[in-house]
Ligand binder design. Structure first.
Ligand SMILES: *Cc1c(COP(=O)(O)O)cnc(C)c1O
Length: 362
């Protein structure tokens, strides 16, 4: 029996995708980004698979890092958002987590600290994204204060984040790299710039370290591109099954709001997946769905537990038949496009009730 709403993970694909990152950045150390529950794929699962093959991992928040440490992982873990108070900073020391330092308040806390131990840090430079980090003339003072802190390891790492690397036609990325290089030219620490889009698309962003995220999970980071064009293999396939098939006649409406009206007599399939599983509520009518491996269009509104599809091309389809919502055979990039979002939100938006099933193949 095919279960309702499950995510089939091809773990071999994670290794394959990591090799692609290594091929593009052969001289860089790899800091694999596994924030947000490894983009929905399971933090501990992906960490145990990747950690032997990477130099470090990055998480957004301290509690994610502590969870990894408590599970026994001993590789370097960088906390991309750092910490906001002395208590949180103590947690980083206690669990040997590395911190991204992006504000002078964080440096105040480091200077005020009196305890034992050393913390490794990345000084975050805001090279144009205007989110976290020190800008322009703030950088020198921040660097000097950090490098002078008793409880901070040297050398201080140097990091920035790219705002538009997903757009291969936007000239902003080289500009950000130039700003970063200029602001850090006098400092000895390791450099760390590239996300997936930098690694795959912008050689000038490659430096001592790279931070692949989405590409590890088998998605292209680029606007209007699919994974295959980069040789990436999708890791997650979201799957379910047909639970009902019914005839409708021209003029009848389907689903909540009655917004979709059948243009002709047809056969509908009802599938056990909905926004309660993380399937996007805003997927438009026409979004592709694979039933028995063949594409049919979504019609009508996405409900919490169900969607409806037009089975005109598959009169033989029946309850219990297998369905793929995205993944192998149906790139998640296409679904993201049809739902007005990006693959990241779909992957990390899978909800608790979706069963995760691992597939290893040799
Ligand atoms: C999420 C994140 C990454 C990884 O980005 P991808 O686009 O998923 O490769 C890298 N660096 C920082 C600071 C991030 O927040």
């Amino acid at each position: 029996m095919i279960p309702a709403a499950y995510a089939l993970l091809d773990l071999e694909a994670v290794r394959h995708n990591l090799q692609i990152a290594k091929r593009h950045a052969p001289n860089a150390k790899i800091m694999a980004v596994i924030k947000a529950n490894a983009y929905g794929h399971g933090l501990l699962r992906i960490a145990s698979l990747l950690l032997p093959e990477v130099d470090a991992v990055a998480l957004a928040r301290a509690d994610e890092g502590i969870r990894l440490r408590k599970a026994g992982f001993d590789k370097p873990i960088t906390i991309l958002e750092g910490f906001v108070c002395a208590e949180e900073l103590e947690g980083l020391y206690q669990y040997h987590l590395d911190a991204v330092i992006h504000s002078s308040q964080q440096i105040d806390l480091l200077e005020q600290r009196r305890g034992e131990g050393l913390i490794s840090v990345w000084l975050k430079i805001d090279s144009g994204m205007n989110r976290l980090g020190f800008k322009g003339r703030e950088v020198e003072a921040a660097y000097k204060r950090l490098a002078g802190c008793q409880s901070v390891n040297r050398p201080v790492g140097l990091m920035t984040h790219l705002a538009t690397a997903d757009d291969l036609y936007d000239g902003n990325t080289p500009r950000q790299v130039a700003v970063f290089n200029e602001l850090t030219k006098d400092y000895p620490g390791p450099r760390n710039i590239a996300n997936s889009a930098g690694i795959l698309g912008w050689r000038e962003t490659l430096s001592d370290w790279v931070r692949p995220g989405i590409m590890l999970y088998g998605c292209s980071p680029f606007i209007g591109q699919e994974a295959e064009q980069q040789g990436l293999r999708p890791v997650m396939s979201l799957k379910s099954r047909v639970i009902a098939v019914k005839q409708v006649i021209a003029g009848e409406s389907v689903g909540y709001g009655g917004g979709w009206v059948c243009p002709r007599d047809t056969q509908l399939g009802v599938i056990a997946i909905g926004y309660g599983d993380g399937y996007p509520r805003y997927a438009r009518s026409g979004t592709p769905v694979l039933v028995n491996g063949r594409e049919v269009p979504l019609i009508g509104r996405v409900s919490m537990d169900m969607i409806t599809v037009d089975l005109q091309s598959q009169p033989e389809a029946k309850p219990g038949d297998p369905v793929t919502l995205w993944g192998a055979g149906l790139p998640v990039e296409r679904i993201a496009q049809a739902a007005g979002t990006i693959p990241y939100t779909l992957l990390c938006g899978i909800t608790q009730r979706v069963r995760i099933v691992e597939r290893e193949h040799g």
